[in-house]
Design a protein around this ligand. Structure first.
Ligand SMILES: Cc1cc2nc3c(=O)[nH]c(=O)nc-3n(C[C@H](O)[C@H](O)[C@H](O)COP(=O)(O)OP(=O)(O)OC[C@H]3O[C@@H](n4cnc5c(N)ncnc54)[C@H](O)[C@@H]3O)c2cc1C
Length: 394
């Protein structure tokens, strides 16, 4: 272990992946987490071969496999007709092309796997109930003050503090993220409750006018993860209660009965309001940088937000290892390498949000194009799934 510790604000998936990657390079790390406990919400998350490659580097892939589910295909279906439009086969040809498999996993299992690995590293100190309040930089030290009054001096600070990142506000100062007007309802139910079992082994997404539904199994197939998303027309019209449960019912009323029936599996108790940001070019200031949603929050339509955060952590650690104590140089190299890939995810996700949610003539065209797709050549995600070259170039 060498040098002063690196401070990470935020112990989500991104912050923990970065901590682990830095510890593997022999750096001392302190993770400051605002919440009283390190944890994640109780729903599923999709992991492509690009991130499986990173999880293997971090030494956690094997331990996650027992909790993961490996679907046989990613199916895209029309929500009005319930017809399958296209699929990406996740079998041998996929494995041969991308070297790693696609899997889905409960967020708590993924986060828990990273957390356990962090706890095993003597280089890492985990500090719950330590929300970053402010920081200041001097020549070779960053001093952080926490909301509980504690203070730390670190060699550098990484803001992995999520969509509403206070670190970002100090570094970029670009205010609140962009509200997309999309609202998400989720539910995880025992597998035995699922009535239509025709696509049970796949990850299925039904796209419809201003809505979509996603279903895949978790925890060895014991439970089904269900996600219903709507693009609020009320919000576009400036009306009250945008995205409320009755708007969910209203928009899904047009869908095929077999699709609409899936709404019984999502809870109406809360919804998530989706945000993203236009890609930025200035995540780094001196010895402070941003990572994950703090740097490049995205809509979920490529299911890559957490995957980008994990890739960020691995690349960042590689650059840090290459420079010794010149953190600014390392962070600039990291930012350069991550900027366009994460920007492409943000902008492509917006495009796929449009593509999934179209109606009328655009829906006809989309369906025709989707039907012509080769299940063994997922061209639109090929660049993503091939993964990244992790290197020490500065
Ligand atoms: C509906 C939906 C589905 C999604 N599906 C997928 C998917 O299938 N695959 C995928 O890869 N991504 C998916 N994502 C995106 C993914 O959830 C996020 O991109 C990812 O969780 C970001 O991780 P993060 O660590 O950067 O931020 P977060 O997970 O937000 O973690 C930030 C952490 O910082 C802490 N924090 C906040 N403020 C402070 C502070 N001041 N000081 C200290 N700590 C602080 C928080 O408590 C939290 O623990 C989805 C998102 C949504 C909304």
């Amino acid at each position: 272990m060498n040098g002063r510790e690196i401070l990470i604000a935020g112990g989500g998936i991104g912050g923990l992946a970065a901590a682990l990657a830095l510890a593997q390079k022999g750096r001392k790390v302190r993770v400051l987490e605002k919440a009283a406990e390190f944890g994640e919400i109780g729903y599923g998350i999709q992991m492509g071969p690009n991130v499986a490659r990173m999880l293997e580097r971090l030494g956690v892939l094997k331990s996650l496999e027992s909790a993961a589910v490996f679907p046989d295909a990613l199916i895209f279906a029309d929500a009005l007709s319930n017809d399958e439009l296209s699929r990406i086969s996740l079998g041998d040809a996929f494995l041969e092309r991308y070297k790693f498999r696609y899997f889905v996993i409960h967020r708590r299992d993924l986060h828990g796997g990273l957390l356990d690995a962090c706890k095993r590293r003597e280089e890492i100190v985990l500090s719950p109930s330590h929300g970053l309040k402010s920081f200041k930089q001097e020549k070779d030290v960053v001093t952080v003050t926490c909301d509980n009054g504690a203070g730390y001096e670190g060699a550098a600070l990484i803001g992995a503090d999520g969509l509403w990142s206070p670190t970002r506000q100090a570094v970029i100062g670009d205010g609140a993220p962009r509200m997309a007007g999309h609202y998400v309802y989720r539910g995880v139910v025992p597998d035995a409750q699922i009535v239509d079992r025709s696509r049970i082994g796949s990850m299925t997404i039904w796209g419809g006018p201003d809505l979509h539904m996603v279903q895949y199994r978790l925890q060895g197939g014991a439970v089904m993860n269900n996600v219903a998303t709507i693009c609020s027309r009320r919000m576009r019209r400036g009306e009250p209660n945008p995205g409320a449960p009755d708007e969910l019912e209203e928009l899904f009323a047009r869908t095929h009965p077999g699709v609409r029936d899936n709404l019984r599996y999502v809870s109406r108790e809360r919804n998530w309001v989706l945000h993203d940001r236009d890609p930025a070019t200035n995540w780094t200031e001196g010895r402070v940088t941003l990572l994950g949603d703090a740097a490049h929050p995205t809509l979920q339509y490529l299911a890559q937000g957490a995957q980008m955060a994990i890739e960020d952590g691995v690349v960042l650690a590689e650059k840090v290892a290459a420079v010794g104590e010149d953190y600014h140089r390392a962070f600039m190299a990291y930012q350069r390498e991550r900027m366009n890939r994460s920007a492409r995810v943000v902008l492509s996700s917006r495009f796929f949000g449009e593509y999934i949610h179209v109606d009328g003539g655009a829906r006809e065209l989309r369906n025709e194009l989707a039907r012509g797709r080769d299940p063994h050549h997922p061209w639109e995600v090929d660049w993503l799934y091939k993964g990244i070259d992790v290197n020490d170039r500065l």
